[in-house]
Design a protein around this ligand. Structure first.
Ligand code: NIG
Ligand code: FE
Length: 446
């Protein structure tokens, strides 16, 4: 029977999640240091009741969505509290979590997961001493992947993307941002968005956030004419991408020597806003800044009101201070530091300075070939000197903030909030950081 107040055609079902090792609500401070799990909102001896619709619950039970941890994302949390509380609402079914830790699903706020081919050969060249930038300048790097991606069908791109998303989900990701940027021409960029839309339809338990990034590199047909390419991006690519049914919520730009400078970034951002308005949509700004060299990307992005700035390996302390005092989220990508043998972003200083910090994988074939966001969180601890609680906040709440809290997902578990949940196969969150390499631990509940 539909519950009172429930919209017609939507049957509410209340599911009680009990026998939990603990619930990591993430409801501590959004900024500043966190010493321990209690400060991040770890609660013991509590249960959760979530409300969902029968159809979604049925799909979960029949295993139709194998990546879904605990509940489909359509659910909402309607109660968190002790089992003995007289205020606990009635529920229709109960799920025993077997003492597992329940937390917010992880949010991977920066990936380039839609691409074809691989660049394993480049890894060998880099390990033999060649620099990432020099390999790129000789026609490898991003352009290598562009060639493979342009030849791939939507079906092939979708198959590869789904494999990566399933791996991400096994480590706990429930929300994943995916950038275009390996097409760099209209048809190929649109095919990348088609693949993201197809993957979203195939994995309803995941929330995918698309970002348009035609300003990732200058394609071969515009070699030596970065201004001409940017004109083409602004006039042709952005209007088409931002009108696509898989509506990108962000545009991103690689502000770096040899790629785009701040004047290109400014043109891109202006054109994106015009194109989004024409399409009746909103668009936010992200920017890759200070990955190798400091060329003014960070102050430009702050001035432009970017939702997030990514990489920050070569950032200067004064500019980082301005970032910490802003509403822009710093996105650290520690897997890139390991993969490219670079220093880590100043994660400790950003947290101590009161900045908003996310940690993401940057999953891509050239600078971070990994789908493991838990490993990125571990590296944020061992390389970035965060506490485990700060690192977990950065892959939940920080990630959600870096994506503008899509569908109300803000990285915390709260009454009336979305049931973006993950059951980790551990009893205590310490265990998530103990085994290096982060074995997959996020499981669907039977
Ligand atoms: O975030 N910096 C630009 N984009 C990616 C690398 C892409 C690639 O090498 O294919 C990054 O590091
Ligand atoms: Fe990136």
């Amino acid at each position: 029977m539909p519950r009172k107040g429930q919209p017609a055609g939507r049957l509410a079902m209340r599911v009680r999640l009990h026998h939990l090792g603990g619930v990591l609500t993430g409801a501590g401070a959004a900024r500043g240091p966190l010493r321990d799990w209690a400060e991040l909102g770890l609660q013991r001896d509590v249960e959760l009741i979530i409300e969902t619709d029968d159809a979604a619950e049925e799909a979960r039970r029949s295993g139709a969505d194998s990546t879904d941890s605990v509940m489909p994302r359509q659910g909402r949390i309607c109660w968190i509290g002790p089992a003995s509380s007289p205020e606990r609402p009635a529920s229709d079914i109960s799920v025993d979590l077997g003492g597992r830790l329940l937390g917010h699903g992880l949010v991977d706020a920066h990936t380039h997961a839609v691409f074809a081919g691989d660049r394993a050969g480049e890894l060998m060249r880099r390990l033999a001493g060649e620099r990432y930038q020099d390999i790129a300048a000789s026609g490898g790097g991003i352009l290598h992947t562009v060639r493979a991606t342009r030849e791939a069908s939507v079906e092939a791109l979708t198959t590869d993307l789904l494999r990566r998303l399933d791996e991400m989900a096994a480590w706990g990701a429930r929300v994943v941002e995916i950038k275009t940027g390996y097409g760099l021409d209209l048809a190929s960029e649109l095919r990348s968005l088609d693949a993201i839309a197809a993957a979203a339809a195939a994995r309803p338990g995941l929330t995918l956030v698309a970002t348009a990034m035609p300003a990732h590199a200058v394609p071969p047909e515009f070699q030596g004419d970065v201004d001409g390419y940017m004109e083409h991006v602004c006039a042709e690519l952005l209007p088409a991408l931002l009108a696509h049914p898989a509506a990108p919520r962000f545009v991103d730009v690689f502000v770096e020597r040899g790629y785009f400078d701040v004047s290109h970034a400014g043109r891109l951002w202006q054109a994106a806003q015009v194109a989004a308005t024409r399409a009746g949509r909103r668009v936010g700004l992200k920017a890759h800044v200070d990955e190798f060299e400091r060329v003014g990307g960070l102050p430009w992005a702050l001035e432009a009101g970017a939702t997030s700035v990514e990489h920050l390996l070569a950032s200067d302390a004064t500019e980082l201070q301005a970032l910490c005092h802003s509403g822009t989220v710093a996105v650290a990508l520690p897997l890139v530091s390991v993969f490219l043998q670079q220093p880590f972003a100043a994660m400790r200083a950003i947290v101590d300075g009161g900045g908003l910090l996310a940690v993401a994988t940057d999953c891509n074939p050239g600078s971070a070939m990994s789908t493991n966001l838990m490993l990125a969180a571990q590296l944020a601890v061992f390389g970035g000197r965060l506490t485990p609680a700060e690192a977990l906040r950065a892959v939940t709440r920080g990630g959600a903030q870096a994506l503008g809290c899509p569908e109300g997902i803000d990285g915390t578990l709260r009454v009336d909030g979305p049931a973006c949940l993950c059951a980790f196969d551990v009893e205590h969150p310490d265990a998530l950081f103990y085994e290096l390499g982060a074995p997959p631990r996020a499981q669907a509940v039977p």
